[in-house]
Ligand binder design. Structure first.
Ligand SMILES: [Zn+2]
Length: 355
């Protein structure tokens, strides 16, 4: 259930509360990604420490390994990974459609080869909902077709039509389990075409999901096109449901998306960049800790940052760790990058509340 608390006066940004089985998410919210049931290099205590409200898991990866049966034996993903706040699981559609190997789509689902051992795996719309109910995810995402970018408009339209049929089936299947309180979101596609975005938004929102995601963006298009498509799509999304922009979460993209009416974000970039030595220095600037200029620098990564890394460690020390290939470098940089994004979104949320 989504409570809209306030809408900004000078843009389309909103503040809300999304109620889930494992607590309330204050929106707008940034969601760290924990593909394999772990936000890479970061412990659950560290996630709590930086006020993480919700994390992501991935159905494709978790269903192949360790498998839904083991997770069910633990009563769900929360206990298995020791995370007691909300979890959103992505359907795995994105992974299936980015696989290099054999893949066959038909009206009833997709058959593909596991990247682990090459074995044949089949995902159906209903089956993907069942997997996520097995994880006991708070928010479930439907199986959809992620059209590569760039693509012919006809291909985008064909994939969108199949996705809409699959989402109808997934909505119907989820309805039978609705009383358990797990929330299934709809995903709006349409590539970089305004008319297809509008059509998809109308078709999917007619299915009356508890929330809606915008898929198929942040796939290689320019930031301007991404912003334009986001704003076009949110215009056709209902006010009283949460809006999730999938795969977007660099500091420089957050403000525009929130001002277009987005409530939720996820992105692997903060932790992936950290593993490559990069840290967020400001909303519009990234630095690399390996730079010579940080060699003797006793200051924290960002002087105003309240995160554990910036409270206790210097740039010179983190640079030394990174150069020495110590694992702690990835941990310290990941904590900072995640904290930076979460704090940025908190600030924007407070600005809207204080308008
Ligand atoms: Zn920091």
């Amino acid at each position: 259930m989504f409570e809209l608390i306030k809408t900004a006066k000078n843009h389309r940004g909103r503040v809300g509360k999304l109620h889930t089985n494992h607590g309330i998410i204050n929106t707008p919210a940034f969601m760290p990604v924990g593909t394999q049931g772990s936000v890479k290099a970061v412990t659950v205590d560290m996630l709590h420490d930086i006020n993480t409200q919700i994390i992501l898991g991935n159905t494709y990866h978790l269903s192949l390994r360790p498998g839904v049966d083991l997770i069910k034996e633990f009563g769900g993903l929360h206990r298995f990974i020791n995370w007691n706040k909300p979890i959103l699981t992505d359907s795995g559609g994105y992974q299936v459609f980015s696989l290099k190997g054999l893949r066959k789509v038909d009206n009833d689902g997709v058959t593909f080869q596991s990247h682990l051992d090459g074995s044949k795996v089949r995902f159906t719309p209903e089956g993907v909902v069942d997997l996520q109910l097995g994880f006991n995810s708070d928010i479930l995402m439907p199986l959809d077709i992620c059209t590569p970018y760039p693509a012919e408009k006809l291909q985008v339209a064909v994939d969108m039509a199949i996705t809409a049929k699959w989402e109808t089936r997934q909505r119907d299947h989820w309805e039978k389990h609705r009383d358990k309180g797990n929330l299934l979101f709809g995903i709006i596609q349409g590539g970089m075409h305004a008319d297809l975005r509008e059509e998809s938004a109308k078709d999917i929102t007619a299915l009356d999901f508890p929330g809606y995601a915008i898929g198929g963006l942040s796939v290689g298009e320019s930031a301007d096109i991404m912003s334009e498509m986001t704003a076009i799509t949110t215009a056709f999304m209902p006010e009283d449901k949460p809006r999730y922009l999938m795969g977007v979460g660099l500091p420089e993209n957050m403000r525009a998306a929130i001002e277009a009416g987005i409530d939720m974000f996820d992105c692997v970039a903060p932790t992936r960049l950290a593993r490559h030595g990069q840290f967020f220095a400001s909303e519009h600037q990234r630095s690399n800790i390996s730079n010579e200029q940080f060699k003797t620098d006793q200051r924290p990564l960002v002087e105003s940052c309240q995160c554990m890394t910036c409270q206790h460690y210097s740039r010179a020390y983190i640079r030394h760790l990174f150069k020495a290939k110590e694992m702690l470098a990835a941990t310290l940089l990941s904590v900072h990058n995640l904290a930076f994004l979460i704090h940025l979104v908190d600030e924007i949320r407070n600005d809207i509340l204080n308008q």
